[in-house]
Design a protein around this ligand. Structure first.
Ligand code: IMP
Ligand code: MG
Length: 180
């Protein structure tokens, strides 16, 4: 285990089970629709990569990157789009936003409104992890891997100061690492 990790919260095996279950739910719900999976960079890269391989219905993929004002472990207040979708016309798209984790809910609430405003036929949300106790705005994801307590986690795409994204599991960072 990485020396900066206090404990493994979600093992590779558990992640695999969650992703398999969500993919089956998407297969069931999006049959006959024009599914576009939108990966929110960079945190959702690992989840997106695994999820898209397990979804068996036809799907398009796209990416967006948002920046939030305020770094570190604090949740975002101001959200800016750093990279927009490559696809220009969303009028026939049933978008499913793929996110790594929901904290305050601001990112997904903003993105849902933005993509609907851009003309998407439907917009739903999918997250691997959810911290419902941290919610500031009203946002209930349509697909969830699992809920976690209010702890700062890294791995499987999630970072602290751009580190730990490549870990294959989700772990709790030792508090002394981010309070240094
Ligand atoms: P929200 O807009 O407050 O819901 O923030 C969601 C974003 O905050 C996620 O996409 C992550 O980038 C980041 N985030 C929230 N909690 C954590 C965490 O425990 N570890 C790493 N990143 C986190
Ligand atoms: Mg993120």
């Amino acid at each position: 285990m990485n020396k900066d990790i206090k404990e493994i919260l979600i093992s590779e095996e558990k992640i695999n089970e969650m992703v398999t279950r969500i993919a089956a739910e998407i297969d069931r719900d999006y049959k006959g629709k024009n599914l576009v999976l939108v990966c929110i960079l960079k945190g959702s890269i690992a989840f997106m990569g695994d999820l898209m391989k397990k979804v068996t219905i036809p799907t398009e993929i796209d990416c967006m990157k948002v920046s939030s004002y305020g770094a570190g472990t604090e949740s975002s207040v101001q959200i800016n789009i750093v990279l927009d979708l490559i696809r220009p016309d969303l009028s026939e798209c049933d978008i499913l936003i793929v996110e790594d984790i929901i904290d305050s809910g601001r990112t997904l609430k903003y993105l849902t409104g933005y993509l609907l405003h851009k003309g998407a036929r439907s917009v739903k949300t999918c997250t691997l992890l959810d911290k419902p106790s941290r919610r500031v705005v009203e946002l209930t994801p349509d697909y969830v891997g699992c809920e976690i307590p209010d702890e700062f986690v890294v791995g499987y795409g999630l970072d602290y100061a751009e580190k730990y994204r490549a870990l294959p599991y989700v772990g709790v960072l030792k508090p002394e690492i981010y309070s240094e």
